[in-house]
Write a protein that binds this ligand. Structure first.
Ligand SMILES: [Zn+2]
Ligand SMILES: [Zn+2]
Length: 370
């Protein structure tokens, strides 16, 4: 009964570069937690499995676009959890013992909010992000607003529940923004889990898909994509993407990918400014560049080229409840093959999970929290 509740807590703000795993020791600590009393409509939950997000990695590295997070903070927003206790006035569908997935972004739910009015809390200017605005799912228990909780659908495995949130973001991008049709050539830039998920869902929608990475990605992230029949492109300063596309990248069947070095859609998932700046030259006229990433700096784009080619640049911010339901179905039906991409760690090895994620040694680290 008296088991200590622990959590992975952001503590420091020392800047680290991508790949520098010392950031884990320097900027975080495993802390003991005491759970607060439940307020109106809140839920106390035991976390089952929590996944590491690229943004958790960025926050641990203390990248500039994560400076706004107050420390100390127990992070984590991709999780499956079990209800331990319902707070006063909770009116949702859950009972004690039920499993659920929380939406990461909770809106203000005011009538005059343009995002919340349409039920899209991800577009609320005052949204509260689980694990950033309050303590989150890298605690062995968490307290959250009951309005976040979406019950598990039948057949969803708890370890897969942890990746419903990131998959819901890919779902939002693919089905709300990208308008993918069979036969399209889709280039995904960046092979973090968002890139891998986007690649899988684009292909499930009938597209031919290629995904880019760097040399360091060859044996893990790009290998995972290759094993699934997705074309992979290793980009380097000597061998830049546009040059490779112009010279003719071959797909897994040996046919040329794209048309004269151009594709129908780029999905930018790397968050690296020059990758986005270059991506506009890789799409056909009147086609789309869809970005799911955030960037540490403003990105300078060749605006006249965008006009002359009549290009569309689209952004995708997070996801909302409807996307969560679709993501759960895609996992239950195996349309996104979760087991191919997740690597499980026990809670005792949570620092290793962060170090491996920082060093891109895993496609998607998922921590068994208790
Ligand atoms: Zn995330
Ligand atoms: Zn709002």
């Amino acid at each position: 009964m008296d088991k200590k509740i622990k959590g992975y807590c952001l503590t420091g703000t020392k800047r680290f570069h991508p790949g520098e795993a010392e950031a884990v020791k320097e900027n975080s600590a495993i802390v003991e937690m005491t759970m607060p009393e439940l307020k109106e409509g809140e839920i106390l939950a035991e976390t089952l499995y929590t996944a590491l997000c690229g943004s958790d990695v960025s926050a641990t590295l203390s990248k500039a676009n994560f400076d706004w997070i107050q420390r100390p903070r127990v992070i984590g927003h991709e999780t499956s959890a079990k209800v331990l206790k319902l707070g006063p006035g909770y009116k949702g569908p859950l009972k004690v013992g039920d499993l659920f997935v929380p939406v990461a972004q909770l809106g203000c739910r005011k009538d005059d909010c343009p995002g919340c009015r349409s039920g899209k809390w991800n577009l609320c200017p005052d949204k509260q992000i689980l694990g950033y605005n309050n303590d989150g799912a890298f605690g062995q228990q968490m307290v959250l607003d009951g309005a976040r909780a979406i019950p598990f659908i039948e057949g969803l495995k708890p370890e897969h529940g942890a990746i419903v949130e990131p998959l819901s973001v890919a779902v939002n991008a693919i089905y709300s923004k990208c308008n993918i049709k069979p036969g399209m050539d889709v280039l995904v830039t960046g092979c973090g889990i968002m890139g891998l998920m986007a690649a899988e869902l684009a292909r499930a929608s009938g597209a031919r898909v290629a995904i880019t990475g760097v040399e360091q990605d060859r044996n893990i992230r790009l290998k995972a994509a290759r094993e699934r029949g997705i074309t992979t492109i290793i980009v380097s300063p000597e061998n830049p993407l546009l040059k490779q596309l112009e010279e003719g990248v071959k797909d897994t069947a040996g046919r040329i990918f794209g048309f004269k070095g151009k594709v129908d859609l780029v999905m930018e998932c790397s968050g690296v400014p020059p990758v986005l700046a270059e991506a506009i030259y890789a799409v056909k006229p009147e086609h789309d560049i869809c970005t799911i990433a955030t960037y540490p700096d403003k990105v300078l784009l060749d605006s006249t080229y965008i006009t002359r080619q009549s290009l569309n640049i689209k952004g995708v911010m997070g996801s909302h409840k409807e996307n969560f339901l679709v993501a759960q179905k895609l996992l239950v039906e195996g349309i996104f093959p979760a087991d191919h991409y997740i690597n499980l760690y026990d809670f005792e090895h949570i620092n290793q999970a962060f170090a491996d994620s920082i060093q891109a040694k895993t496609t998607k680290a998922v921590v068994k929290m208790n």
